[in-house]
Design a protein around this ligand. Structure first.
Ligand SMILES: [Zn+2]
Length: 149
C-alpha cells in the first residue's frame, strides 16, 4: 500500500555557511510530497494518519529555519538585534537548512512516525520530494523496519 501526501508551507531560512545570496534571510513556498509505503496497514486502518503528517510539516510553517550554529541565533537570543522576535518563531536544525537537508529530515522523521504509529507494518519506506522553487527539488528515501510481527 502506498499513500501520498502533499502540503505547502511557507518558511524563511538562510544558509549561514554559504557565500552567495542564500546567506541572506529569504523565504520560500515549499511544497512537500511524501510517499509512504507499508506492507500492512495499522490496526486503525491507516498507513499513518494525515493529521500526524501535517503536524510534522507544520512545525516549519511561517517560521524562520536556522542552523543551530548560525551566529544569528545568539544575536536573537541575547536581544542584541533590534526587533528580536519570540523564540518560537525560529526552528533550529543541526545543519544549514538546505533543500537537501530538509528533505532528508522530513523523510527520516516521517519514517520514525510511521514506525511509531503503525502497529502492523513490518516494512516501511518513505520517499520525500521537497520543492523549494520551480527549479530546485531534493528527494530522499528512507527504508525502515516496522513493529509488526
Ligand atoms: Zn532558500
Amino acid at each position: 500500500m502506498v499513500v501520498e501526501f502533499e502540503r505547502v508551507f511557507q518558511a524563511a531560512h538562510r544558509l549561514s555557511g554559504h557565500e552567495g545570496k542564500c546567506s541572506r534571510i529569504h523565504g520560500h513556498n515549499y511544497r512537500i510530497r511524501a510517499m509512504i509505503e507499508v506492507d500492512r496497514l495499522g490496526s486503525d486502518g491507516f498507513a499513518i494518519e494525515f493529521e500526524r503528517v501535517k503536524e510534522i510539516v507544520d512545525r516549519f510553517d511561517h517560521r524562520l529555519i536556522l542552523s543551530d550554529h548560525d551566529p544569528l541565533i545568539l544575536s536573537f537570543a541575547d536581544g542584541s538585534l533590534p526587533g528580536s522576535f519570540p523564540g518560537d518563531w525560529i526552528v533550529e536544525v543541526p545543519a544549514d537548512p538546505t533543500t537537501e537537508y530538509l528533505a532528508r529530515w522530513f523523510a527520516e522523521t516521517l519514517a520514525k512516525a510511521v514506525v511509531a504509529e503503525n502497529d502492523q507494518a513490518r516494512s516501511v519506506a518513505v520517499k520525500v520530494e521537497l520543492r523549494e522553487t520551480d527549479s530546485i527539488m531534493a528527494t530522499h528515501l528512507v527504508q525502515a523496519q516496522g513493529r509488526g510481527e
